[in-house]
Design a protein around this ligand. Sequence first.
Ligand code: NAP
Length: 259
Amino acid sequence: MAVALIQGASKGLGLQFSKVLAARADVAKVIATSRGAENEAVLLGIQKQFPNKLVLINVDITKEDHIKRAVPLITEKSGGKLDLVINCSAILHPSGKGETSLRDVSFEGLRSTFETNTIGPLLTAKYFSPLLLKSSGLFGNQSGKKHSGILVNMTAKVSSISDNQVGGWYSYRLSKTALNMATKNLSIELGRGKSKVICIAMHPGTVDTDLSRPYHKGVPADKLFTTEKSVTFLMAIIDRLSVEETGKCIGWDGNIIPY
Ligand SMILES: NC(=O)c1ccc[n+]([C@@H]2O[C@H](COP(=O)([O-])OP(=O)(O)OC[C@H]3O[C@@H](n4cnc5c(N)ncnc54)[C@H](OP(=O)(O)O)[C@@H]3O)[C@@H](O)[C@H]2O)c1
């Protein structure tokens, strides 16, 4: 039976991943983390529905000692292996809005956006990749070449250097481009041994969550996905992933997004 860790699970896409995975018959345990996961009403509601399945742990991803301290508990709760880790935590910018020009760029804005969007997910990979390496590959294409766990870093299409036509959003774009590089690096390092972790970056589409809320007005209704719709697309991709796709950035529609 599979075990998943959802990092950044208190709302938005992370919450929906936690709900969907907790309801799956082939999943034994979902470990959901965020700064306040243990007291988050919606997560507690799901836990009531699946009392032996959903484990809630407070982890602030911007503090390495928090992540490190969670390792023994997560190792115990997971039974010593993780089949899927999804890094969902992110902010657009501490102000809630992306920079429109250089005038808006600040050291503090860049620093805190990088902490949540890039450094936290990379440290999650550092501390939990030993558990991913212990997986027997219960997610992804199990008839293809053998793999162990799957690491998903939620990125955004605006991270693509080759796709950038309009500029702006310095902190968010830069942090996600760096996360893509981290994903590529991880795919190489964690793909070298006998046990191979599939590492991918995923773009969920434009989704109706707090993160993108200030920008919903300009999005046509059919292009603004619910979290349910986006996670259905993303889980379908995760369920058929193979080693050949490691290191890539994959959109909600299954298309590869060039870096
Ligand atoms: N929504 C979109 O349109 C869209 C588009 C492209 C990509 N994405 C990506 O998809 C992912 C999920 O985004 P979302 O839209 O679901 O965002 P969201 O609704 O704002 O949720 C963000 C999550 O990150 C967590 N988080 C923030 N700071 C944290 C910290 N220091 N430590 C631990 N957790 C932290 C939040 O939990 P707490 O605040 O409770 O700790 C929350 O659970 C992100 O990586 C985002 O960049 C979203």
